[in-house]
Each structure stands twice: as structure tokens, then as C-alpha cells.
Ligand binder design. Sequence first.
Ligand code: FMN
Length: 169
Amino acid sequence: MEDLRARFLEGMSRAATFVAVATTDGPAGRFGVTISSLTSVSADGDQPSLLACIHHLSPAAGAILKNRSFCANLLHEGQEAMANLFAGRGGDGHDNRFDRAGWTPGPLGQPQITGATAVFECRLATALLWETHHIIVGRVVGITLSEDPAALLYGQRAYRRAVHLPKEN
Ligand SMILES: Cc1cc2nc3c(=O)[nH]c(=O)nc-3n(C[C@H](O)[C@H](O)[C@H](O)COP(=O)(O)O)c2cc1C
């Protein structure tokens, strides 16, 4: 079983993903956490929808469920420090993460991180606790796009950037 877990982690580490910060603000407080689990669900429902998987022990997960709104901030390729800040690397607790990040409230009051390449502001649609993680589905109500579309990636346990491949002849 331990071998299966280790092979799962190694296998998934080979899936390069983009890096986002899920933020929330409201009666349950202001929280943010770095995630690689941001996934598009549908562009063709009543509104576009996306999902994020957040560990149940992260205070950000409980706050999103109570605030019922959140932003998915897709980080720009230059925002590695922001990813580390909201992952708690460097020892920052939740209390001062927002003091060290530029952000402004979106129309729903959810924190939009300055410089993010795309910010999806969402209302909570539904959530499912699957073992250790909340699978959180949001209906997107507004999107802020930056001038520079380059997104930060994470794969094989390191931050990366996307490169163009030469066209095959
Ligand atoms: C690149 C990267 C991707 C991550 N993706 C997720 C994720 O999808 N879901 C999650 O719960 N934690 C993820 N984490 C871990 C959290 O950012 C965080 O460190 C951990 O959940 C501790 O929770 P807290 O910072 O909210 O206390 C990721 C961390 C990094 C550096």
C-alpha cells in the first residue's frame, strides 16, 4: 500500500500543472492557499464552472465552504514567490500572507492577487469531502485577465515555465 502511494505521488509529479492560489474572504475570514488542483469543469453550463481540491486541514477550505465565494488566481510565470508564500513555505502562517501579497477585492469581495495571469471569481456551487480533500466546485461569475498570459507551472517537484515546441514538418 505504501508502495502504491509512493508510485502515485511519483506518477502525479510527472503531470505538470499550472499553479493557482485559491482565496476567500467573508464572515469566516480571509484565507488563501496555493493549489495545483484547479481544473476547468465546463464552459457550457448556465455559467462556466471549475473545481479545486483542497486538504480538509487547510483553513482555506473551511473558509471557502462558509464564505460560499472564492477566487481562483492563476499565477503568472514570474510569481513563484507568491506560490511559496501561499503554500506556507518560508514559515508564513495564514495571518500575514495577505500583508505580503498585492491584492484587491473583486466584485464579490474575493481577493484578486495582483499580477495573476487570470482570476476567476466564483460562487460556491457544491462541494464533496472525499477522504482527505474537499472537492470544491465554483460557478464563475467574473474573470480578470492580465496582459501577459504566461502561467507558472509545477512538475517533477519544481516550478517551470512553458516553452513552445518547434512545429513538426
Ligand atoms: C505547487 C503546489 C501545489 C499545491 N497544490 C495543492 C492542492 O491542489 N491542494 C491542497 O490542498 N494543497 C496543495 N498544496 C499545498 C498547500 O499549498 C499548503 O502548503 C498545504 O495545504 C498546507 O495548508 P495551509 O497552507 O493552508 O495551512 C500545494 C503546494 C504547492 C507548492
